[in-house]
Design a protein. Structure first.
Length: 194
């Protein structure tokens, strides 16, 4: 099983087209098409419904999404562990946020973190604030920045929240590169002061 193919499948789902997914991942449209045909052959059923507006996952492919995200998360954890054992923590942290937060808060946080951890790569995904808790629970993002009014109940239960000024930071269930090189798990604070 080629993990790259699963990553490409998720990108096609996220971007809605083979061409845009390829551009985002550095593949040609024909390269994406070949990988998806090979993946369909491997699983034994169609993964996409193609239409005038692009490509969408079939119901069968949709049912695989949680397992695929778990597979990719586990792959990232193994890569991070190997890097940590070699003494050079690496990895990717995917941040989900809304537009104003990504403009005013995220760049400074990333810059300060990368001063101490230059091998950590950040991917920032912007969306509607209502989508962010779902992205965390679906493992689309590792960390979500959400605004939260004092006294307001979080309808998403099992999300770890940590106050950051007037915002709450929600960490998903993936292992994240921890500043000391030790993975932080959901429910354990990820120090953001560095």
């Amino acid at each position: 099983m080629d993990i790259k193919r699963w990553k490409v499948m998720l990108a096609v789902d996220d971007y809605g087209s083979f061409t845009r997914a390829g551009e985002a991942l550095g593949y040609t449209q024909s390269g994406v098409t070949q990988m998806m045909k090979a993946l369909e052959k491997e699983v034994g059923f169609s993964l996409f419904i193609k239409g005038k507006k692009g490509a969408a996952l079939t119901p069968e492919a949709q049912s695989l999404i949680p397992a695929v995200r778990a597979l990719l998360s586990a792959d990232e954890v193994v890569r991070q562990e190997i890097s940590a054992l070699k003494g050079a923590p690496t990895g990717t942290i995917t941040i989900g946020t809304y537009l104003s937060c990504s403009i005013h808060w995220i760049p400074e946080i990333i810059q300060k973190f990368q001063e101490s951890h230059p091998n950590i790569v950040f991917k920032v995904i912007e969306g509607a604030e209502d989508d962010l808790p779902d992205w965390i629970q679906e493992r689309r993002v590792d960390i979500g920045f959400l605004s939260h009014q004092e006294g307001q109940r979080c309808p998403h239960g099992e999300i770890h929240r940590r106050s950051l000024c007037h915002h709450r930071v929600c960490a998903g269930q993936r292992h994240l590169p921890h500043p000391e090189g030790i993975p932080a798990e959901a429910g354990h604070p990820l120090p953001l002061h560095q």
